[in-house]
Design a protein around this ligand. Structure first.
Ligand SMILES: [Fe+2]
Length: 444
């Protein structure tokens, strides 16, 4: 086990470049963070029927989320206990009444328990015992569900899911409460992008209000020009032009948006886009919510100030537009991102279409927004290989934020409190609080 001086690498206003580039630090992150914390597996609607499964990565562990006959959702290690072969070879599908290994046909119930082994008499007199869990598929230590969003932790210790989410659980409340029946359903289409950069760049970027008017200037300015032309000739432009033109807001406008930074590294970028237009579809949706929840509750649900919520260290939830991006780190300089979107059950089709516009215009790999961000992160990864300077600066507005009950509110939208708060959480995870491996930490 390497000796890594965490206090030297992560300081209150700067971090050492090696935390983005070093393979040993990456391995520690996987063990201490991703294989210990609650990790998002998927939405329960991805596995509606018994036998339906979805494969995913938790840290370095290949896992499978599956629905059993009794309706329970299990999260199992995707590994045959016989010779190690992965039982599910595709992203999703239906495995029927159980899993069957394609190598030697060992089979397993949907809860992972071994069901049958061919020519079982060949094990007579050996130490193989089908009651021994080592001969069944291993299970994630803990599985829990918040409003249909399924999480698993590979560690038996640590906070409960609800404690882990804390106030950031509003991400899922805000999405589900926009449905008149309080539920969402996944759209079974996922864009998968392999980012050529460390996972932390994405997490930092999500609440980085200084970058949009720089990185996305060309897209924002062009969209604004077209939006204004349409307004001139037709009186109003479709909302999706606004999704892009808002990126051209001034530095001062971005500086007036607030970030809210919670314990565990989670955070919120408050709303900066007008998402309550007065077109007939929106008005119909709002009337539905008033009917379902009453005037007061509906107004509370519709007026939450959220652009997106970060669940550290891997999830960005854009609840008003029903989409999430989930990271699965692959290496210090390689990160898989999954981009999913959802339907609000019972809401007008037009509200779904509105979300899909955002999905396709901003978050999909085909857009100039996502592409420009990816370019920055690749260049940052490459830049941090340079010996020119060992440090990454997070000095902006240091000491200029407001702390209340352990929550940090930025007084300036562009404050780098976001990154400082994420690294505070990172530092806590990397100390051996409730993870399995031992880290030797040396301090000056
Ligand atoms: Fe961006």
């Amino acid at each position: 086990m390497p000796t890594i001086d965490l206090d030297h690498l992560v300081q209150p206003d700067r971090v050492h470049r090696s935390v983005y580039t070093d393979p040993e630090i990456f391995d520690l992150e996987m063990a201490q963070i991703f294989e210990a914390a609650w990790v998002y597996c998927g939405h329960e609607s991805q596995v509606k029927e018994p036998g339906q499964f979805q494969t995913l990565q938790i840290g370095r562990q290949p896992m499978v989320m599956v629905r059993a006959k009794d309706g329970q959702i299990h999260v199992l290690y995707n590994r045959c206990p016989h010779r190690g072969v992965q039982l599910c070879g595709s992203h999703s599908g239906n495995t029927g009444s159980g899993f069957v290994c394609p190598y030697h046909a060992w089979s397993f119930h949907l809860d992972g328990k071994v069901r049958a082994i061919p020519l079982i008499q060949g094990y007579e007199g050996t130490n193989l015992n089908t009651e021994d869990p080592n001969f069944s598929m291993a299970r994630a230590a803990r599985v829990d569900n918040y409003r249909g969003f399924v999480f698993a932790s590979l560690s038996a210790q640590g906070p409960s899911l609800i404690e882990f989410l804390g106030d950031a659980k509003v991400a899922f409340d805000d999405m589900c409460d926009r449905s008149p029946v309080g539920e969402v359903e996944v759209v079974p289409v996922c864009h998968r992008v392999v980012q050529q950069s460390n996972w932390k760049f994405f997490m930092e970027n999500q609440l980085d209000a200084l970058h949009p008017s720089v990185t996305h200037q060309s897209t924002g300015v062009s969209a604004r020009r077209v939006e204004n032309q349409i307004k001139k000739t037709q009186g109003s432009a479709p909302l999706h032009y606004h999704y892009l033109s808002t990126f051209a807001s001034s530095f001062d406008q971005w500086d007036s948006v607030q970030t809210v930074n919670f314990p565990h590294g989670h955070g919120i970028l408050k709303a900066y886009m007008g998402l309550r237009p007065t077109d007939p579809d929106t008005l119909e949706h709002e009337a539905q919510l008033r009917l379902a929840y009453g005037e007061e509750k509906a107004e509370e649900y519709l007026s939450r100030s959220i652009h997106h919520v970060l669940i550290y260290p891997y999830l960005s939830v854009q609840s008003p537009l029903q989409q999430i991006r989930c990271l699965r780190p692959l290496g210090p300089d390689k990160t898989l991102s999954e981009i999913w979107h959802f339907r609000l059950k019972g809401a007008p089709e037009a509200i779904y279409r509105r979300a899909m516009w955002y999905f396709n215009l901003v978050n999909s790999p085909a857009t100039m927004i996502n592409a420009d961000d990816l370019e920055n992160w690749t260049r940052a990864q490459n830049g941090l290989m340079s010996k020119a300077n060992d440090w990454v600066s997070f000095h902006r507005n240091m000491g200029g934020d407001t702390e209340r009950d352990g929550v940090l509110y930025s007084n300036n939208g562009t404050s780098e409190v976001v990154m400082r708060n994420q690294f505070k959480a990172w530092r806590n995870y990397m100390a051996p609080a409730y993870a399995k491996v031992t880290v030797t930490v040396t301090t000056d």
